[in-house]
Design a protein around this ligand. Structure first.
Ligand SMILES: Nc1ncnc2c1ncn2[C@@H]1O[C@H](COP(=O)(O)OP(=O)(O)OP(=O)(O)O)[C@@H](O)[C@H]1O
Length: 619
């Protein structure tokens, strides 16, 4: 099809419709949507959701108001603000404030704004960031408030966990807590920086929980942090390092992070940082945070005198260095930072995840993780000729669907596997239509029609075929009961972040209803709006690709990198090409709770996988 300028509105919209029409036999058919015949193709395209209009947000909220009760609607409102950053927030508020506040008995609007402010604060945002009216604060955030009741709850929870700690965990727990609680005494040197090394399943997260609740019960302010949102939701009141410290997207080698007064105050009040998944932290980020904390605290001690407890497993995924070779990746880890020497090294050894034959399974995993096995030959009982049949046999009960995943190194294979598994599932396919357009890098416009040059240079058909990993596919196909994964950090406190797996419960034209499959909020229902997404920050593309779509991808199969931090009873590993990344095989295998739950399918006529481990980093 020839390219058409958006200025030629009717032909432009006709072309959009033609790209999605299936059974149309006439122009009238093309202008008819759900039985309604429109006068123009542009009106029809808008009704089909194929083109962004200024009232798209209102269409989303009209649908939301008809489905959601006020409390859920406030969460949805906040997720939409965070995900899309719409420009017309105040109009949305004014239009829907009644629906957003009708569950309150008095001071409706103020209480609704107050509730919204709390939800936003949990994501390090505020009403002011979106030009919403500032509420009069009438209640405080439970998690931050130290009340007698909270202290009792924290102590009860903490004591229960501490009682269960194994020996290794208890030794580390005691050392860290003693150092923090004995802070005032000057008669011996106080360690402030700890590193807990533990392979997958050795109980690091369990230990962080025990530390968190006991320290909170002692009125210490503790912040649990992770590099990715998916790891953050597994920590008590966890959040990402980017949110906690305000880390910018581009990390600078000198200077400090710009922090506003509110953030400064918040950071100053924190006594202890517990930071998980530290193998992924680039050393430049740790050093930037060290300089920033010294500056904020006006204290030249490491990290401004704060207690920092890092935890992680260097057998797992390391920092991402675009087009970086082995040496660059290794040198980017925090082990190569000048700060590394000040961390007191502690370690956990006993695998607490492995179900049966725990010791044998964990030894088998560690041999692979430590690189002692160079060429891994899967034993007969874990080999598979067809992973889809083995992992997702037909008529699998829904409950069973959620506790399994196929892992593969790259998105190409993952996408093919997902499409095939969806096709085999019972139920009819729902196709979410979307709008794609490009803007040239540096031109910040939300409207396709404003960047005509980009539209003419990058035709719609070309854009539709692009599948960058940060965006959902152009043609998103779903079924009720399908497993999907969120592609955006919409709310870490609500457990809805980049990598969260969900099962689809209902599909509406602009709202997707799903049930969380991971984290403390597992089982909770969430409503995800269709939103404007783009590839901003992806420097590999000469333009920004904009796509209006549900921010999800199918996730029966996921990449090995995305599987980090998650555990399943059944794991299929699909290796159709050599693995190049450090720790990939170990991460994939250690996602399973038992060896008998693992199935591996290799490329035809191959019987072994090269195990890539950068030994320098784990010694
Ligand atoms: N002391 C303990 N008592 C009972 N269960 C425990 C204990 N420690 C850990 N577990 C359980 O073992 C499993 C693995 O623990 P956890 O998730 O804390 O490991 P991890 O080191 O954080 O793993 P990963 O690095 O893969 O995230 C969890 O189900 C956890 O509840």
């Amino acid at each position: 099809m020839t390219n058409v300028s958006p200025r030629d509105s009717e032909r432009f919209h006709l072309k959009l419709i033609l790209g999605h029409a299936t059974n149309a036999r006439s122009f009238i058919d093309l202008r008819t949507v759900n039985g309604k015949e429109w006068n123009t193709f542009s009106e029809a395209a808008v009704d089909m959701g194929l083109t962004a209009t200024n009232d798209e947000a209102f269409k989303i909220f009209d649908e939301a108001v008809s489905i959601l009760m006020p409390k859920r609607l406030r969460h949805f409102f906040v997720w939409y603000l965070i995900g899309e950053m719409p420009s017309n927030v105040i109009d949305l508020w004014n239009t829907y404030k009644k629906a957003l506040s009708e569950d309150f008995v008095d001071q409706h609007e103020n209480r609704a704004l107050c509730a919204i402010e709390h939800l936003l604060r949990a994501e390090a945002r505020s009403c002011a960031d979106f030009y919403l009216p500032i509420p009069e604060i009438i209640f405080e955030n439970e998690a931050d408030e130290i009340t007698v009741e909270n202290i009792e709850t924290f102590a009860k929870k903490g004591n229960e966990l501490v009682k269960q700690l194994n020996n290794d965990q208890k030794i580390i727990y005691t050392q860290i807590v003693d150092n923090i609680m004995d802070d005032k005494s000057t008669d011996r040197k106080r360690e402030k920086c700890f590193y807990i090394d533990g392979s997958g399943g050795t109980g690091k997260t369990f230990l962080y929980n025990a530390l968190y609740y006991m320290l909170k019960s002692e009125k210490k302010n503790v912040a649990c942090v992770a590099w990715t949102g998916i790891a953050a939701i597994l920590l008590p009141y966890g959040t990402t390092a980017h949110k906690t410290f305000g880390l910018p997207l581009t990390l600078q080698k000198e200077g400090t992070i710009f922090t506003n007064a509110t953030m400064k105050k918040k950071i100053q009040s924190i006594d202890v940082f517990i930071w998980d998944e530290c193998s992924m932290i680039p050393k430049i980020a740790l050093e930037l945070i060290d300089r920033t904390l010294k500056d904020i605290m006006e204290d030249a001690s490491p990290f401004g005198g704060k207690t920092i407890t890092l935890g992680g497993d260097f057998r797992q995924v390391l920092p991402i260095v675009k087009r970086g070779g082995k040496q660059q990746i290794i040198e980017e880890t925090i082990k190569y930072s000048t700060l590394w020497s000040i961390f007191e090294k502690l370690s956990l050894k006993k695998n607490m995840r492995a179900k049966e034959d725990a010791a044998k399974f964990s030894e088998w995993l560690l041999n692979i993780g430590n690189g002692e096995v160079e060429l891994f030959v899967p034993e007969k009982e874990i080999q598979s000729n067809n992973l889809i049949d083995d992992l997702y046999p037909r008529n699998l009960p829904l409950d069973e669907l959620t506790n399994r995943a196929i892992l593969a190194p790259l998105n190409v294979e993952v996408n093919q596997l997902n499409t095939e598994i969806l096709r085999r599932m019972d139920g009819s396919i729902f196709e979410s239509k979307n709008i794609d357009y490009a803007t040239l890098q540096g031109i910040d416009t939300a409207d396709a029609a404003l960047d005509e040059e980009a539209i003419l240079r990058y035709p719609m058909e070309y854009l539709n075929g692009l599948t960058p990993s940060s965006l959902p596919p152009h043609n998103l196909q779903l079924k009720v009961g399908a497993i999907v994964m969120s592609l955006r950090n919409l709310s870490i406190s609500d457990g809805l972040c980049n990598g969260t797996r969900l099962v689809v419960r209902e599909i509406h034209s602009r709202i997707l209803i799903g049930e969380l499959l991971i984290g403390e909020r597992k089982g909770q229902i969430v409503e995800i709006p269709r939103m404007k997404l783009d590839t901003r920050g992806d420097t590999d593309m000469p333009f920004i690709l904009h796509r209006r779509q549900f921010p999800v991808r199918l996730a029966f199969a996921i990449t090995i990198n995305k599987s980090q931090e998650q555990s399943f009873d059944h794991v299929g590993i699909f290796i159709d090409r050599p693995i190049f990344g450090h720790g990939q095989l170990y991460v994939a295998l250690s996602r399973c709770r038992s060896k008998k739950g693992i199935k591996i399918q290799l490329k035809k006529n191959e019987d072994a996988i090269k195990n890539i481990v950068y030994k320098e980093i784990i010694e």
